[in-house]
Every structure is written in C-alpha cells, then in structure tokens.
Design a protein around this ligand. Structure first.
Ligand SMILES: Nc1ncnc2c1ncn2[C@@H]1O[C@H](COP(=O)(O)OP(=O)(O)O)[C@@H](O)[C@H]1O
Ligand SMILES: O=C(O)C1=C[C@@H](OP(=O)(O)O)[C@@H](O)[C@H](O)C1
Length: 283
C-alpha cells in the first residue's frame, strides 16, 4: 500500500500571529510525500536533512490511518524543493502532501474533501507544536492553490481568489521556526493586521502584503531594507510568515530589477509563479 502526493509551498499576504486572521498564496516549488503502509509504528524521513524533526508528517499518517484505515503504520518520506523553517510554509506543504499520500495508499481519496484533508494536517501541526495558530491560512493556500484568507481560530475559509503573478523569493541562509516566534509582540500590531485583513478580503492583496511586511518586520525584528529595495518596482512585497524569506510579486520585468538587488544579499533568490491548482496526488 503506497501513495504519493505533492503540495505547493506558499508566501504570505497576512501573518496570522497578530489576530488569528491570515492570508497566503501558493507558489511553484513543492513538497512531495511518499507513504508506504507496511508496518506497525510510523517512521518519517526528510530527504537530504539528517536530523529533521519528522513528528509532523508521522502524526499526519497516524491521524489519517486512525480515521480512514485500521491504524496502519509504515514510512513517510518527504522531498522538498524549499528549505524547512524559512517562512515558505514547508510544514503546511509537507502535511498536505502526507495526508493526501496516506489517503491514496488507503484508496480513500474520494472519501475526504480537500478542505477536510487540509484540516487533518492542521490538527497534526497543532498536536506536534510546530504552529502557533494552526496555520490554516498556509494549509488552505497550499491545498487549494490560489490566494486564501482564513480565520485560524475557527479554521474557516473566508475568501479565495486566483492570481497569475510572477513571484520572487529571497531566502537568507538562516532558519526561523514559527513555534519560536514572539507572539506577544505580534499581537501588539493587531490594529495594522486588521487593516491588512480588510484589504485582503477586498482582493487588494499586493497593498495588503506590503503593509503586512512593514509591520511584521518591526514586530519580529527583521530589517525592512529588502522591502525598500523592492518597493520602487513592485506593489507587493513582504516578509513571508515569521521569516527569514521575503517574497515580492508582480510581473517578470519588474521582478528582474528587484532580483538584481536581492542577488547581492547572502542566500538564494528564486523566480517562480503563483500556483492555482493546489495539491495533487500522483497516480
Ligand atoms: N519537508 C518536510 N518534511 C517533514 N517535516 C517538515 C517538512 N518541512 C517542515 N516540516 C516540519 O515543520 C517544521 C517547520 O515549520 P515552520 O517553522 O512553520 O516552517 P515553515 O515556514 O517552513 O513551514 C519543521 O521543524 C518540521 O517539523
Ligand atoms: O504558526 C502559525 O500559526 C503561523 C506561522 C506563520 O507562517 P510560517 O510558518 O511560514 O512562519 C504565519 O505566516 C501564519 O499566518 C501562521
């Protein structure tokens, strides 16, 4: 009994740590999960990462086999095109891919809606402490594709649209785990987050993410310089999640100008696009 599925990474429009309302958009790079249900306990592996914390994906397999199978164990392996803990929602993508791969291994894909599958991944993230709010914003964007706005306190989808943007990502050579984020400092910028949520619900995603980025750089102690370097050329740029990556959206020519500046920084830049199809199961 084997299943494989892939789910896209995502960038941030609104970080949910201030108010519980969040917004994110799916992007090209993916996390692929391969699940084999051939044992009693569940063991996880992350390709290329020796000491990775595999509890999230192991918990995803446990939750799915408990609800839709017979508590089977086995192995889950993830292959990620984005670095872990860099603000690009690898945790949500890994959880979504693992939930779908496990459902596929059980031949139970048609029994579960995509939204319900994303919520199982959110539950696994809460159970293993890798999230603050549950991050249904990131999970829904990765599972459904497009741009989503969610209430993470109720795990409710408030709004979803698709956008065809080019996307530039800069990832510095550091990690920032969301579970270590200074939540109280984020709550102090709640009035700004409410304004960003209003813009996002109206589909004004670019302006929303730029206001989000300026506010969350302040709350989380990141420099706003990468944003200032992008703002002459693009309307949408933000710190992604709790960092350290930044994302800028627009069209290719404008992003090329930003990429030249961000290429002078340490780390890597990646030019990709928005992704509107969401997670997919491999045959
Ligand atoms: N590809 C992956 N495979 C398995 N677990 C993963 C993967 N990516 C992330 N995770 C889990 O998520 C945690 C990082 O989550 P988080 O700090 O929210 O970062 P991100 O912004 O990348 O989602 C990791 O410590 C690990 O438990
Ligand atoms: O743990 C959480 O509840 C969240 C973590 C952040 O994302 P990252 O995991 O990318 O830092 C944030 O953007 C999201 O809205 C909520």
């Amino acid at each position: 009994m084997e299943g494989r599925a892939a789910a896209p990474a995502a960038g941030t429009v609104l970080n949910a740590l201030a108010t519980g309302t969040g917004s994110a958009f799916a992007i090209g790079p993916e996390v692929t999960a391969t699940v084999s249900l051939d044992g009693e306990s569940v063991s996880g592996f992350v390709a290329g990462v020796e000491d990775a914390d595999t509890r999230l994906v192991e918990r995803c397999v446990e939750l799915v086999t408990a609800e839709y199978g017979d508590d089977q164990g086995g192995t889950v392996r993830t292959d990620s095109e984005v670095p872990l803990a860099s603000g690009l929602k690898s945790s949500s993508a890994a959880a979504n891919a693992t939930v779908l791969a496990t459902l596929s291994a059980l031949d139970a894909v048609d029994e579960v809606s995509r939204t319900a599958a994303a919520k199982l991944g959110v539950q696994a993230a809460r159970d293993t402490g890798v999230t603050v709010t549950g991050a249904f914003d990131d999970a829904s964007a990765s599972m459904l594709g497009g741009v989503t706005v969610t209430d993470n306190d109720r795990d409710e989808l408030l709004h979803r649209e698709t956008r065809a943007w080019d996307v530039l990502v800069w990832t510095p050579p550091e990690q920032a785990f969301s579970s270590d984020a200074p939540v109280e400092r984020c709550r102090q910028i709640a009035p700004v987050a409410e304004l960003v949520a209003d813009l996002a619900r109206d589909g004004e995603f670019k302006r929303a993410m730029t206001v989000n980025g300026l506010a969350f750089c302040g709350a989380l102690g990141f420099s706003v310089e990468p944003m200032l370097e992008a703002m002459p050329d693009v309307a949408g740029v933000s710190l992604s999640g709790t960092g350290p990556s930044f994302v800028a959206v627009g069209d290719g020519d404008d992003l090329a100008a930003v990429q030249e500046r961000w290429d002078d920084r340490q780390g890597t830049t990646l030019l990709t696009t928005t992704q509107s199809e969401g997670a997919r199961i491999h045959d």
